[in-house]
Design a protein. Structure first.
Length: 529
């Protein structure tokens, strides 16, 4: 008996260590994303399509300067820093510090800065850094439209994938999210210059992709052909590329996989993409996190399909929204609608906090185990409405402010400073990290606020805590009749600056309807805990 106890004492720490190693760092609780049991909530920064900070050549579109976002596969040889060759360790630190714990990644529209002027002529001059590296490797065969060698779509750019792996490792280590988008639909639509340097264009690669060599100006033949997986060659190339990305990144838990940036493609291609991932999972025994970001009709069809829906962990609502009058704006998939006209970046001014709350809440209640993403340049009230509906990550434009003398206005900062729009979210982001990082994953939508329900919303964990948002301040009537015998500390949180003050003398008692009055007619958060 003593011998058995001795062995148990010896083995127990090893078993404990093994079990803790086996517990996934990234988990989902009540539709919230957690890292080591703490909430991941906030903004997400997005890659842009092209370039880096610069003065625009040829007065492109009348703009004499163009600011940029960070981009993890931008390559400015020998030059490191924001919007150059990103210093990924410093960048992920800044993500946590400034309220954007997620990064939405896509490959670039073209390889180098010569195309910034948006023409479509063939290049003969040397390329100009910084380079926006592509996933596919160059072959030994000259003749690509950008003046470089043609791409071999069956081989891959080792520098590119090493950058993705390094970023994924840092996200795993620090608790940030890497949202990996496989495709960039912008190459297929609108201006011919979007397509001329695309590696899949026949002139740019050694494989016979059977895509048009020139982007048609008045039809969708390129768009339709790219998403047509009945073509055996393109189907094989898509499948090879999807599996390559999974092979490279699947060892990292904080990577979330989404089909593509600006994606408004058809249901058939969306099904193929999901099925390819599931096939890979079955073969490898691994499980990855899948986000469904698509037009509403395609998204709803996937979520209504029990087999495919069971593989979906995240719902990205970026491609439809409710207008301020409650009417639905939802372009149809497979019709060639450019992503810029489907995403909420155009809709933020056309909608309201209440409609954002409704949209997010609708899908949170339908799919309580799946996390919710969105994408639009929200104001403060819209951002908190997104939170109160159960939303996790809100992708937005997060560019750096203009450079200050002696810098030119278009020069990037020398270090990772706060992006211009981060201050919108920082007070609430910091409050959640300091006070609700372990509690928010247990909170769900509650209907305990019984007055002005179009502007007062609640998340709560019965018997523990409640977070209530008063969009226009004023009076709150809170039904705590189910909290008989429980006492709560009551605190007003100012979402504009993060300052707190006691509500109702700092305490309330459950078992009845209580009435509290916000400090003024601005928006306020009430925390009962």
């Amino acid at each position: 008996m003593k011998k058995n106890i001795f062995y148990l004492i010896l083995v127990f720490p090893v078993l404990l260590l093994f079990c803790s190693w086996q517990i996934p760092k990234l988990t989902f609780k009540n539709g919230w994303i957690t890292y080591r049991n703490e909430i991941i909530w906030g903004n997400g920064q997005r890659s842009d399509y092209w370039g880096g900070y610069r003065k625009c050549p040829n007065d492109f579109y009348g703009i004499n300067k163009y600011k940029e976002y960070n981009a993890i596969t931008r390559n400015d040889p020998g030059i490191y820093g924001p919007c150059r060759t990103e210093e990924l360790d410093k960048m992920t630190d800044a993500m946590l510090q400034y309220g954007y714990p997620a990064f939405l990644y896509n490959y670039g529209l073209w390889y180098d800065r010569r195309r910034d002027c948006h023409d479509d002529s063939k290049r003969n001059s040397p390329p100009i850094a910084p380079f926006y590296e592509q996933p596919w490797a160059r072959s030994d065969m000259p003749g690509a439209w950008d003046g470089g060698n043609k791409y071999d779509l069956s081989k891959y750019n080792s520098w590119y994938f090493e950058r993705l792996r390094k970023f994924a490792r840092l996200c795993d280590k620090k608790g940030t999210l890497f949202i990996h988008q496989f495709y960039l639909q912008h190459t297929l639509l609108e201006s011919p210059c979007h397509y001329v340097d695309f590696p899949w264009r026949p002139v740019n690669c050694i494989q016979p992709t059977r895509l048009p060599d020139v982007k048609p100006s008045n039809d969708l033949s390129l768009y339709n052909a790219f998403y047509d997986v009945s073509d055996s060659i393109r189907r094989s190339l898509h499948r090879l590329y999807i599996r390559k990305c999974l092979d490279e990144l699947s060892d990292y838990s904080n990577v979330i996989y989404e089909i593509g940036r600006g994606y408004t493609g058809p249901l058939s291609f969306t099904q193929f993409w999901i099925d390819t991932i599931v096939e890979w999972e079955k073969e490898t025994g691994k499980k990855v996190v899948i986000s469904i970001g698509a037009t509403k009709d395609v998204q709803d069809a996937i979520l209504a399909d029990s087999d495919r829906s069971s593989k979906i962990d995240v719902i990205d609502l970026a491609y439809w929204w409710y207008l301020s009058d409650g009417k639905l704006y939802a372009p149809t998939g497979g019709k060639g609608v450019p992503g810029r006209y489907a995403t909420g970046n155009n809709g933020a001014k056309a909608t309201t906090p209440y409609q954002i709350y409704n949209q997010v809440k609708e899908y949170r209640l339908k799919f309580p185990g799946k996390a919710i993403f969105h994408s639009f340049n929200a104001n403060r009230e819209q951002t908190i409405a997104f939170l109160m509906g159960g939303g996790s990550i809100l992708i937005r434009d997060l560019m750096y402010p203009d450079g200050k003398v002696p810098l030119n206005p278009w020069d990037p900062p020398s270090t990772y400073i706060m992006p211009e729009e981060s201050d919108i979210i920082l007070p609430v982001y910091k409050f959640i990290r300091q006070n609700l990082n372990k509690e928010l994953p247990y909170m769900t939508i509650k209907s305990i606020v019984i007055n002005n329900t179009e502007q007062n919303w609640c998340l709560g964990h019965t018997g523990k805590s409640y977070l209530i948002y008063a969009l226009k301040g004023g009076e709150l009537k809170v039904n705590l009749s189910r909290e008989s015998g429980n006492r709560f500390k009551s605190i007003w949180v100012n979402p504009r600056n993060g300052e707190i003050q006691n509500a109702n003398g700092g305490k309330v008692t459950g078992g009845k309807v209580i009435t509290l009055n916000a400090p003024d007619a601005n928006d306020w958060l009430l925390w009962l805990h």
